[in-house]
Design a protein around this ligand. Structure first.
Ligand code: CO
Length: 208
């Protein structure tokens, strides 16, 4: 087993040199402060690289990724990221980004047992249960999973928007909008599910 990963180090040197070639002050500026306007909550899937998809540089996107882009209100990791993003960085937008073909979403409902991840994916089984009439009526397995991907994003948008950190931000007049997107692996294109929540009044009308 190689211990050096020299190929990755070489890529790193080339990447840093490329950045400096275009903008000599790039890293020095980033070192000074972190002030992104966006928090991305996305899947850990290696095919969904947050910054690249939206064409943003380091420093422009605060990122939290986990299996199946969940925002569970008991998860200290997610909550820590959310609070820091909202209270300290004061991001203006939070994007919950799922993706079609998500293995985590499929694994939640395929009936197989994998261990700890089955517990992590429990919230998706709840979404599935709440919408099983709609999902069961779809013609094929792919359509069922794709719809569950969308419904999971919508549920996570609700989780984020109803969190006390976000509620408190709105109460003190801080501008903040929570969005739900789905990314298509085969095209590289994101779809806005049009469930954006920018205040308590939006949340009151929110259907998930
Ligand atoms: Co995924």
């Amino acid at each position: 087993m190689p211990k050096t990963l020299n190929d990755l180090k070489a890529k790193n040197r080339a990447w840093a040199a490329g950045k400096i070639a275009v903008d000599p002050g790039f890293f020095k500026r980033l070192e000074g402060q972190q002030a992104p306007e966006y928090l991305w909550i996305g899947c850990s899937d290696s095919r969904v690289p947050a910054n690249e998809i939206v064409g943003l540089d380091p420093g422009e996107l605060f990122v939290h990724r986990n299996v199946a882009n969940l925002a569970p209100p008991q998860d200290a990791n997610y909550l820590s990221v959310l609070q820091f993003a909202v209270d300290v960085i004061k991001v203006k937008h939070i994007l919950v980004v799922g993706h079609y073909g998500c293995g985590g979403v499929a694994a939640a409902v395929d009936g197989q047992r994998r261990g700890l991840v089955d517990h992590w994916l429990h919230p998706i089984r709840e979404v599935h249960q709440d919408h099983h009439h709609e999902i069961d009526a779809l013609p094929d397995q792919k359509a069922k999973w794709d719809r569950l991907v969308e419904l999971n994003v919508v549920r996570q948008v609700k989780n984020v928007a109803s969190d006390v950190f976000v509620q408190d931000a709105w109460a003190r007049g801080q501008p903040l909008c929570v969005h739900g997107w789905v990314y298509t692996l085969g095209t590289g294109i994101v779809t806005d599910l049009d469930v954006s929540v920018s205040g308590p009044e939006d949340l009151a009308e929110f259907a998930d």
